[in-house]
Design a protein around this ligand. Structure first.
Ligand code: FAD
Length: 493
């Protein structure tokens, strides 16, 4: 590889790669120390103040991730054998957290049984509290001084489908669940949201933009890291492409927060991954870590469409989701609008109820398609490969159909018929876009990529601190857990 000339070199103490949910937290927190220079490199465009955000990034009632969106990385994927599709991840300062549904709920207590011991629920609770200011609940589980505002929609503001679904769930014997961020939460209740006055307040707005005037913090938008650079097993910096210009940033520490697809992609391009896979593509191996890109997990989702029996209005800035029903391994989501309205350009017209497997056993894989950084990696979800997953999802769809035919729902809407066969499920299969665990945290360098302090095994100065290091996808949406991980990781440097 041709090295850039010296006048195209920058230096920083720490380079953070990817200004998404986790990268925004890390750059914000690490630059609190005025003696440390921090450079954040983001592939997508940057905005300096929330007021500069275009309306579709601000409005929490819209997810600007449809075809043609200027704020995403589109990745071709295979969801299950023979069923190809594509998924979106955020590509803008704020990352996926700047385009997501605004549902900000913690992982369950039991999820941490599968994390390294130093990440027990007891140990992470102070960080969950530190990231938020909860407007509805106080006490030992909640924060009152953190950057992310958390609130729930009061019942009087619920959309008719939220109210009808909650009533049907209660009639069917499900418990009220007023606080989904309290230990032991299950049942029907309002979702915690990081939305204020209809506007998403993601990690970029909360942790980063207020501090852009710090002299020790530099942000490089529209710049894509193409390789991490090493010398004798230690990090020396990164190679960055901005348009046609290639630049090197020298740094003593590099933190990868490029997200659960781009982080393993970048590691493999840089020589860290399964040695056989890398040498097959002519990439020199820096560290043989077969868990890079292996055994990731995500929430498979089947949507059950319906039509309203009477016109139902949605006010602007209504969140996509106001209530959910959670059992041990299932989440049901009565979306407040059709995906066509939520995701402009997606072409999916009908309103629907989402039925989601929250503790999937099937595991997916990310592998390089080539050694060229411009080529997207291959992402194989392998959804529903596990018989237990197929059974659990099929049984959940059956229960969801019962709820949709129960009085409160059936007075409002007319559901399409469902079938419970594997083929029917596979035809309607989607993903919640919660991909996690593609560079898992753990002790063993055969089955994990980073240790419990987010250090890449066997490489000095290289850290990963995004959703790729979660040992598995949490049994709730991952966003709050991702922010907690980044908040805690910022204390490790
Ligand atoms: C459409 C959508 C809706 C979602 N809704 C919810 C929800 O409501 N609730 C919930 O809990 N979770 C939700 N999620 C998931 C959640 O938002 C993500 O899990 C979380 O934001 C991921 O954080 P991250 O920091 O790991 O990655 P990201 O936030 O994706 O950040 C990665 C950043 O790195 C940048 N990047 C990538 N490669 C490079 C490179 N080579 N060089 C420089 N920069 C690079 C990207 O442009 C991006 O900005 C949703 C996700 C999506 C996509």
């Amino acid at each position: 590889m041709v090295q850039p000339p010296a006048d195209l070199e920058d230096t920083a103490d720490v380079v953070v790669v990817g200004g998404g949910s986790c990268g925004s937290v890390l750059a914000g927190r690490l630059s609190e120390n005025p003696d440390r220079s921090v450079m954040l490199v983001e592939s997508g465009p940057g905005h300096r103040i929330p007021a500069e955000f275009p309306p579709e990034l601000a409005d929490a009632g819209i997810l600007p991730v449809g075809p043609g969106s200027g704020w995403i990385w589109p990745y071709p994927v295979e969801l299950t054998v023979g069923r190809a599709g594509w998924i979106a991840r955020g590509r803008v300062l704020g990352g996926s957290g700047a385009v997501n549904g605004g549902y900000f709920v913690r992982a369950g207590v039991g999820d941490f049984d599968h994390w390294p011991a130093s990440w027990s629920y007891e140990n992470v609770l102070p960080y969950f509290r530190a990231i938020e200011t909860d407007a509805d609940f106080a006490g030992p589980w909640h924060g009152d001084a953190g950057p992310i505002p958390v609130r729930r929609e009061p019942a009087e503001r619920w959309h008719p489908v939220s109210a009808a679904f909650a009533e049907a769930a209660r009639d069917a014997g499900h418990h009220d669940d007023p606080d989904k961020n309290a230990p032991g939460s299950h049942g029907i209740g309002p979702v915690p949201l990081n939305i204020r006055d209809g506007v998403r307040v993601g990690p970029a707005s909360a942790y980063l933009l207020p501090h852009l005037d710090r002299p020790n913090l530099a942000v490089r938008p529209d710049s894509t890291v193409t390789r991490v650079l090493f010398s004798e097993g230690s990090v020396t910096g990164v190679e960055v492409a901005t348009g046609d210009t290639v630049r090197m940033i020298r740094a003593g520490a590099v933190i990868l927060t490029a997200g659960a697809i781009a982080t393993p992609h970048l590691l493999m391009l840089s020589g860290i991954g399964d040695a056989e896979h890398l040498t097959g593509l002519g990439i020199a191996v820096v560290a043989d870590l077969p868990a890079v890109g292996s055994d990731f997990s995500d929430h498979p989702e089947v949507v059950l469409p319906y039509r309203y029996r009477r016109p139902v209005a949605r006010t602007t800035r209504t969140p996509a989701l106001q209530v959910t029903l959670n059992t041990d391994e299932i989440e049901m989501r009565p979306y407040t609008a059709s995906f066509g309205d939520l995701i402009p350009g997606s072409g999916i017209g009908k309103p629907c109820l989402g039925v989601v497997l929250m503790k999937p056993r099937s595991r997916g894989e990310i592998r390089l398609a080539s050694a060229d950084p411009r080529d997207a990696p291959r992402v194989s979800y392998r959804y529903l490969e596990s018989v237990e997953d197929r059974k659990a999802l099929s049984s959940a769809v059956g229960h969801a159909a019962e709820l949709m035919h129960a009085g409160p729902m059936s007075r409002l809407l007319d559901p399409e018929p469902v079938e419970l066969s594997g083929e029917w499920l596979a035809d309607r299969l989607g993903t919640s876009l919660h991909l996690s665990g593609s560079c898992r945290m753990g002790t063993d360098d055969r089955t994990s990529v980073v240790d419990d302090r987010c250090r890449v095994h066997g490489v000095d100065g290289l850290f990963v601190a995004d959703t790729s290091i979660l040992p598995a996808v949490p049994s709730r949406g991952p966003h709050a857990t991702a922010v907690m991980v980044a908040e805690r990781a910022s204390t490790f440097l």
